[in-house]
Design a protein around this ligand. Structure first.
Ligand code: DGL
Length: 266
């Protein structure tokens, strides 16, 4: 592969539209860059799938985005990072930025010594998550709460829907009851339901997501590789799902209509 040029877009990808919460932070920090976002809606949710499936799908998407002309890859999905970041990094010649639940900052912020983590079953069961807790939060009590169904419900029903409310009642209430004063949003879909999550926690509880940290890291990686700047602030959203259905969800979550292109990694 030829070395990338700075005028090429940055590719950002997720199982669905959770990664738009990361994309928002990336565009705030890097408004002059062009972004190509891919939502793998056809296979949403990743969180209940086998690790080998997620890893192979992640490798295929990363290769396809590279061929499509990306200058850097942002894995805007905790589940995908846990399963595939290592192999994508090992095979990609591009800067690869990934994210993981903010356990480290949470351990520095908690006063009660109890941290809640909301994430997919697959993320919380990963070796990577176990290491994160051992390395940074061994002196805390970590309440790791899997949230099956939540990412799809946020996309399909909306963050304010009765279905999301029911799921949050069962996932967030145990964290509040267990004394968590910092709650990590360990899935990029969950910031869309941030207000509903906060309303189920005691006043003053801190919610942590990783969008801004990823944006800082991406800016540094691009600067180190002399790939910063060169775009025109363009944004393309693409999906492996039905473009019309995905566009309706994008409009609801993003707050304004954006065109959605069909795209399949190959
Ligand atoms: N947005 C993904 C994450 O950050 C998960 C959603 C899914 O289960 O596909 O983990």
């Amino acid at each position: 592969m030829d070395a990338p040029f700075n005028h090429q877009p940055i590719a950002v990808f997720d199982s669905g539209l959770g990664g738009l919460t990361v994309l928002r932070a990336l565009r705030e920090r890097l408004p002059e860059e062009d972004f190509f976002y891919f939502a793998d809606t056809r296979f949403l949710p990743y969180g209940d799938r086998a690790e080998s499936f997620i890893r192979e799908r992640g490798e295929l998407i990363a290769a396809g985005l590279t061929r499509r002309g990306a200058k850097a890859l942002v894995i805007a999905c905790n589940t995908l990072t846990a399963a595939a970041a290592q192999s994508i990094r090992a095979t990609s010649a591009l800067p690869v930025v990934a994210l993981e639940p903010g356990v480290k900052p949470a351990a520095g912020l908690t006063r009660s010594g109890v941290i809640g983590v909301l994430a997919t079953t697959r993320t919380l069961g990963s070796e990577r998550f176990r290491r994160l807790v051992d390395d940074y939060a061994s002196r805390c009590r970590v309440l790791a709460q899997p949230c099956p169904g939540l990412a799809e419900a946020i996309e399909r029903e909306g963050a304010d829907s009765p279905q999301v409310a029911r799921l949050l009642d069962s996932f967030v209430t145990p964290l509040a009851a267990g004394g968590a004063d910092v709650v990590v949003l360990g899935c990029t879909h969950y910031p869309w339901a941030g207000a509903a999550i906060a309303s189920r926690l005691p006043a003053g509880a801190i919610l942590l997501d990783t969008g801004e940290a990823v944006a800082r890291q991406l800016a540094n990686r691009l600067a180190d590789a002399a790939l910063l700047g060169g775009g025109q602030g363009r944004l393309t959203i693409s999906s492996s799902g039905s473009p019309a259905a995905v566009a309706a969800t994008v409009e609801r979550l993003w707050g304004s209509p954006l065109p959605v292109e069909p795209w399949e990694p190959a």
